[in-house]
Write a protein that binds this ligand. Structure first.
Ligand code: NAD
Length: 440
């Protein structure tokens, strides 16, 4: 315990990382962690593995690594489990995903082959482009949730796991609004028992996790946790949750650039983003319902960062368009183009073009690792409900209804690091700095 910090239980024993969906992102995380364990690669992009946190004044030179500052589970203590609607093990799924090189996958083959997905809970009404063959069948949604709960308990026993976290790395479900059955826990449970049509598969996994006190992160833009019933369950069982939609690729770039333009009071008349990608995620997003969920997640970012209501001369009515094109030859190696029409002094127009040849799962994998470790930290620190300090990782950060979400990557980073300082009873850093120059 820090001087005035929070009591944090030590991360004893093994941490089970339960991944829903064993596709490109999940297999890249699992193989990546194994590669790092063996010294075959470095965990680039992961704050928990590579980041530092400055403490105290700049001349104190106290800059520990985050993993030395807060008690996080170590990579050797992670045990992965997964569900998928296809039976491929993690090796087969990783080969299919074509993210990591074949040589690396061959080296890691025994460990990857050992991870066989459990049968998925799947309702094709919510993901239209997939036709899975490895699916739990024939019962109500309530029964399916109970089966997941039993499976998780067996997983914990079989692997000698002390605690678990769950991360949704499954396909993006179709766009949904909050409906009556989502409005309270009894209503949700009633709808699950009567096989309500408004309960997507992701909610069944989240229900199982939260019922067992297992923290849940939502890596896709699905509604999943964003309903009163799930918040009620999370609060009742004092479980930390966060989401949604991993912030990688073009949206990451937006939340890096837009705060900079705004900081300099540079105007924006339009931002057009388009990309081509050819992985299974791209195929699912080719369905208009799933795309709508994703589009809404991507569109909200600029509005919140630029605050046109406060800066009408700069941002009123800027045109924002996002396109995703499924183009199989590119596989996971997406290419994203952005055109920004900006304007400066006296309204003179300028343009910025970005051509980002990115790798979706390479950008997403470290986020999954960090989220698993930080959610476990939150749970051991007694934090529960929405973890706004993890907004850093998401395109559509969850937030209390009366607050607007924080999208600016740099504010998000400060929020995250200040939360770590808070947990350890260290002073918050405001970057004021006047006291270096005006001591009295
Ligand atoms: N890679 C990124 O940069 C990124 C960024 C933001 C969000 N995401 C989201 O993360 C998710 C995973 O991305 P990916 O590239 O790994 O996709 P993917 O298509 O390779 O993997 C998703 C897997 O989930 C499985 N699945 C679907 N529904 C399921 C269910 N109900 N139960 C169990 N398994 C199920 C699919 O069979 C598939 O194997 C997607 O929703 C994607 O939109 C990815």
């Amino acid at each position: 315990m820090g001087q005035t910090g929070v009591h944090i239980q030590e991360p004893k024993g093994k941490l089970g990382v339960l991944l829903v969906g064993l596709g490109a992102v999940s297999t890249t995380v699992i193989a990546g962690v194994e590669a790092v364990r063996r010294g075959l690669g470095k965990p680039i992009g992961s704050l928990t593995q590579m980041g530092t946190v400055r403490l105290g004044k700049r001349n104190e030179n106290r800059v520990p690594r985050i993993q030395d500052f807060v008690p996080l589970a170590g990579l050797d203590d992670l045990v992965f489990g997964a569900w998928d609607i296809f039976p491929d093990n993690a090796y087969e799924a990783a080969v299919e995903a074509r993210v990591l090189e074949k040589d690396l996958l061959e080296t890691l083959r025994p460990e990857l082959e050992a991870i066989q997905p459990m049968k998925g809970v799947f309702d094709p009404r919510f993901v239209k482009r997939l036709h899975g063959t490895h699916i739990k069948e024939g019962r109500t949604k309530w029964d399916l949730a109970q089966e997941l709960i039993e499976e998780i308990q067996h997983f914990q026993e079989n692997h000698g796991v002390d605690r678990c976290v769950m991360v949704w790395c499954g396909s993006t479900e179709t766009h949904m609004k909050v409906e009556e059955p989502h409005c309270s826990l009894p209503k949700l449970e009633h709808a699950m028992q009567h096989d309500g049509v408004d309960i997507p598969s992701s909610m069944i996994y989240a229900y199982a996790a939260l019922s067992l006190g297992i923290p849940f992160a939502n890596g896709a833009p699905n509604l999943t946790l964003d309903v009163p019933a799930m918040m009620e369950l999370a609060e009742r069982n004092r479980v930390p949750v966060c989401g949604k939609d991993f912030k990688t690729g073009q949206t990451l770039m937006k939340t890096i650039l837009a705060p900079g333009l705004k900081a300099r009071m540079i105007g924006l008349s339009g931002w057009f983003s388009t990309n081509i990608l050819g992985n299974r995620d791209g195929e699912v997003l080719d369905d208009p319902g799933s795309f709508k969920t994703k589009e809404q997640s991507k569109l909200s970012v600029l509005e919140h960062i630029l605050q046109p209501h406060l800066y009408p001369d700069l941002y009123k009515d800027f045109h924002h368009q996002v396109r995703i094109n499924y183009y199989p030859p590119r596989g996971d190696n997406k290419e994203g183009w952005d055109n920004l029409d900006i304007f400066g002094w006296l309204g003179y127009p300028m343009q910025i073009k970005i051509d980002f040849l990115c790798r979706d799962s390479i950008l997403a994998a470290p986020l999954v690792l960090d989220l698993a470790l930080f959610l476990d930290l939150a749970r051991r620190s007694g934090m529960h409900g929405i973890q706004e300090w993890l907004s850093f990782y998401f395109k559509s950060p969850m937030h209390r209804p009366d607050l607007y979400p924080e999208h600016d990557l740099f504010i998000q980073q400060m929020k995250l690091k200040n939360t770590l300082r808070f947990l350890r009873g260290e002073e918050q850093i405001t970057h004021l700095g006047l006291n270096y120059y005006q001591a009295d």
